[in-house]
Ligand binder design. Structure first.
Ligand code: KG4
Ligand code: ZN
Length: 340
């Protein structure tokens, strides 16, 4: 089954054609980083406008790469999928309207997908063999969640962030350090050259809860900088390495505590922060030590992309079929994770 999926929930306009949830025939991602960088965060109105400009060329490119012409579309594409939330209202609307239009014109089923499910199943694109139960660790710019995936579409959310998401913490830290947006990749790169033990930032483990709180690490950095302004490149790299270490250890500690407590044997990471080199290594090493299988998507499937939406849609239709009401499909900016 070939699914054409669209993802426009935040600042990436993406379209992808995926066969049977794992054979990616094309994935096109148009990033808006340049537009939002000067504001140090995504400006919703600018994001919607850019999605409107980008959506048609991005779809056309994805279809062309997958060797689908508009005339053989009805034969080659069997369903359309689209992110319906959570995300920015105007941004979601652009993808939803494009998907609805194509589904109506070509008389195709339209599968609504929760953005979090895209991240949860993104490791499946390259690892068809993962079978629930597993612990899903979603770490992105908007979310930090520990979710037990008991079965496809059957979730138990253990905890989430009480304040900043992990990616948001990286982005805010970068701003404090006068580095570029988005902060995650910049801090990650500098951290590779720094000493992770130079500064001991707090690890907010929140004992007795599965929740996270990253604003504490961020405040610790702010307080540190008030007393110790950045002296030189080496000092800056040490700060980045120490900050990254604190975030990575916090995430890793809680995730492995959860797999032990709930007797799980697999962890699947997803979301932009799972592109972080230390987090990837730390999870792999801990996994080896504790005999837990770790699945981390390739970098392209960590940040927002439509291939993960196609993958989630494929799994969803396998369990629930293709009977959705195309006309009534409506994006919801605060869509909760729901069981199928
Ligand atoms: O999943 P994503 O593309 O969008 C959301 O759904 O939020 O994640 C974007 C976030 C940004 O906060 C960015 O700084 C972070 O992912 N990120 C990273 C890295 N690459 C992207 N954080 C840490 N290390 C990275 N290498
Ligand atoms: Zn995302």
């Amino acid at each position: 089954m070939n699914i054409l999926a669209l993802e426009t929930s935040c600042d990436e306009t993406s379209a992808s054609v995926v066969s049977n949830g794992s054979k990616v025939k094309s994935v096109v991602i148009s990033s808006q980083i340049k537009i939002h960088a000067k504001y140090f965060g995504v400006v919703p109105e600018l994001a919607s406008r850019a999605h409107i400009e980008n959506i048609n060329p991005v779809i056309a490119k994805a279809l062309k790469k997958a060797s689908v012409t508009f005339s053989d579309f009805p034969k080659k594409i069997h369903a359309i999928a689209v992110t319906v939330g959570p995300g920015l209202s105007g941004a979601l609307l652009v993808g939803a309207i494009a998907a609805k239009t194509m589904a109506t014109v070509y008389k195709k089923p339209l599968i609504p997908v929760n953005h979090l499910e895209g991240h949860l199943y993104s490791a499946f694109i390259e690892n068809k063999s993962i079978k629930p139960p597993f612990l899903g660790v979603i770490i992105s710019g908007g979310h930090t969640e520990l979710i037990i995936v008991e079965d496809f579409g059957k979730y138990k959310t253990l905890g989430r962030t009480r304040d900043d998401a992990a990616g948001e913490a990286f982005d805010k830290a970068a701003k404090m350090l006068s580095l570029e947006y988005p902060g995650g990749p910049v801090i990650d790169k500098r951290a590779e050259k720094g000493n992770p033990n130079a500064i001991k930032f707090t690890r907010p483990y929140l004992k007795g809860s599965w929740d996270f709180s990253f604003s504490g690490i961020k405040t610790a950095l702010l307080n540190y900088l008030k007393v110790n302004p950045v002296k030189n490149e080496r000092h800056l790299n040490d700060i980045c390495a120490s900050f990254r270490q604190a975030v990575a250890e916090t995430l890793c500690f809680k995730a492995f505590e959860a797999v032990e407590k709930f007797s799980l044997k697999q962890i699947a990471l997803g979301g932009g922060v799972s592109a972080n080199s230390l987090i990837r290594n730390m999870f792999m090493q801990e996994g080896k030590k504790n005999k837990i299988k770790i699945f981390i998507p390739s970098l392209i499937y960590c940040t927002d992309n439509a291939a993960m939406i196609a993958c989630a849609a494929y799994l969803k239709q396998k369990k629930c079929g293709l009977n959705y009401n195309n006309i009534q499909l409506k994006p919801d900016p605060s869509l909760p994770l729901e069981n199928w």
